[in-house]
Design a binder for this molecule. Structure first.
Ligand SMILES: NC(=O)c1ccc[n+]([C@@H]2O[C@H](COP(=O)([O-])OP(=O)(O)OC[C@H]3O[C@@H](n4cnc5c(N)ncnc54)[C@H](O)[C@@H]3O)[C@@H](O)[C@H]2O)c1
Length: 351
């Protein structure tokens, strides 16, 4: 691994991954390509933006010409694709943008990787690639659909997505599979459970609830709040991705999870308790259509075959996360006022 292209690196998980990789080192350059949609926030990376190993490029993963130029200019040998439309609620009102970014964008990246890494790109029967290249697709456990009270998602669980978001992620996964099976592209897919931690956009459960509770506003909970998710600290997810980059067997899928099933309502009550607020702030609202009831990840493959294990317990991770949001009010205020979207103009307009 010499030159890494990270896409969507200004988002929640991508920015945590950029931080982790710069801490760990072991490569020459990390290019962060991000379109800076509403979910991309360069404030997340302000502490590392002058690191000589780091380059930010504002651009779209669907822009084939731009992607090709980045592969040539920076001699990219590793791609980690985080870029996506990621919010289920938004996928219910605008499915097309999810198909466009999540499916077409992934296919555009796969094509660029195939064309630049194949030893002879004109030979359609050759599956020979330059040594050490790797494409990693960051996917989600939501592609497996929902579970009943029992059972866990394994890598062999059939895909059964229920929302336009998860259907677009599952479609992207199938493209990655096809590029491996048809063209021999060295790749991996990781499928992780729900993440929590710093830099998450406050439309998602945990930062939204912290923010509302702090302001004394009502906390909207879908239905009975008994939707169960398998929560993992974002830093553990990022460490797992780094492990797959290092040791993952080409063509393999790795589920990532922390064996940590919690109902949404439990998390909301924990946040209220930590902030010293009463449960009367909870308002049950009409459930989201197609809302999956339970997700749970079987992480046996990645733990036994690649030696990854989560470092955080949920109790320490959630306490640290709540403190992080409380001590980063300025970061939150800039999002709430929309000012974070001016960061690019301020920092990069003359660059
Ligand atoms: N958040 C979770 O709990 C979770 C769990 C498992 C998997 N995932 C997956 O991890 C990835 C990152 O999730 P996240 O929560 O950090 O999302 P996010 O919405 O916080 O960030 C997405 C980033 O992608 C960028 N982006 C969007 N469209 C783009 C485009 N066309 N070209 C370039 N950049 C674009 C956005 O500007 C943003 O910076 C996604 O692929 C998601 O499906 C997320």
């Amino acid at each position: 691994m010499k030159n890494i292209l990270v896409t969507g690196g200004a988002g929640f998980i991508g920015s945590n991954f950029v931080h982790l990789m710069l801490e760990r080192g072991g490569f020459e350059r990390l290019i962060n390509l991000d379109a800076l949609t509403y979910a991309g926030n360069l404030d997340n990376l302000s502490d590392i933006e002058n690191d000589p190993r780091y380059t930010f490029v504002k651009g779209d993963i669907r822009d084939a010409e731009l992607i090709a130029s980045l592969f040539v200019q920076y001699e990219i040998d590793t791609v980690v694709n985080f870029a996506a439309e990621s919010h289920v609620d938004r996928s219910i009102t605008d499915p097309l943008s999810f198909v466009s970014t999540n499916v077409v964008g992934t296919q555009t990246l796969l094509d660029a990787a195939k064309n630049h890494w194949k030893v002879d790109p004109t030979d359609k029967y050759s599956n020979q690639y330059k040594p050490g290249v790797k494409y990693l697709q960051v996917s989600t456990d939501e592609v497996y659909g929902a579970l009943g009270r029992e059972g866990m998602f394994r890598e062999t669980t059939p895909l059964s997505p229920n929302s336009p978001y998860s259907a677009s992620k599952a479609s992207a996964d199938l493209m990655v599979r096809a590029y491996h099976n048809t063209f021999g592209l060295p790749c991996n897919i990781t499928r992780c459970s729900n993440n929590y931690g710093p830099y998450q956009f406050p439309e998602k459960l945990i930062p939204l609830m912290i923010n509302n509770a702090k302001a004394g506003k009502s906390l909207p909970v879908y239905g009975d709040g008994m939707q169960i998710r398998d929560w993992l600290h974002v830093k553990d997810h990022c460490a797992a991705i780094a492990t797959v980059l290092e040791k993952g067997v080409d063509g393999e899928i790795y589920n990532i999870g922390g064996n940590n099933e919690k109902a949404n309502i439990y998390i909301v009550k924990l946040i209220l308790e930590t902030l010293g607020k009463g449960e009367e702030l909870i308002t049950h609202v009409k459930d989201r259509p197609g809302h999956d009831r339970r997700y749970a990840i079987d992480n046996t493959k990645i733990t036994t075959q690649l030696g990854w294990a989560p470092a955080y317990t949920f109790e320490e991770g959630i306490a640290e996360t709540i403190q992080w949001y409380l001590s980063h009010q300025e970061w939150m205020d800039k999002i709430l006022s929309g000012d974070y979207q001016n960061y690019y103009e301020r920092m990069y307009k003359n660059a």
